[in-house]
Design a protein around this ligand. Structure first.
Ligand SMILES: [Zn+2]
Ligand SMILES: [Zn+2]
Length: 111
């Protein structure tokens, strides 16, 4: 018996998740999430609670996505989508927007 290896369950509600990534549509954007494992219901409620606003286009940025980071005034970082239209040349950082906080904050060498 090889059960257990592919036992996927939602990290939040423990519902069984049939396949990865979990894919939902959130405000017109498709979200693919491999890790952590969430069912569609939990992922969409997390997106509602923890999304942030793109400083460029004003659309929401869902959690668990790559973001561009603009160094704003007052040391307040502004986040933008990792798209060519939103990620302007002035931005020197990118990171990973997690569950309401920034992870893997990386500085891009600018010259
Ligand atoms: Zn769930
Ligand atoms: Zn944007």
């Amino acid at each position: 018996m090889d059960e257990g290896i592919l036992d996927l369950s939602c990290a939040q509600c423990k519902t069984r998740v049939d396949s990865l990534p979990t894919i939902i549509k959130f405000q017109g954007q498709e979200i693919y999430l491999f890790h952590p494992i969430f069912c569609k219901n939990c992922l969409s409620s997390i997106c509602k609670q923890h999304s942030t606003i793109c400083a460029n286009c004003g659309q929401s940025i869902p959690p668990y996505s790559q973001v561009g980071v603009l160094k704003g005034n007052d040391r307040k970082n502004q986040l933008v989508h990792m798209t060519t239209s939103c990620l302007t040349t002035g931005s020197a950082f990118h990171g990973y927007w997690g569950k309401g906080e920034l992870h893997k904050f990386v500085e891009i060498e600018a010259c």
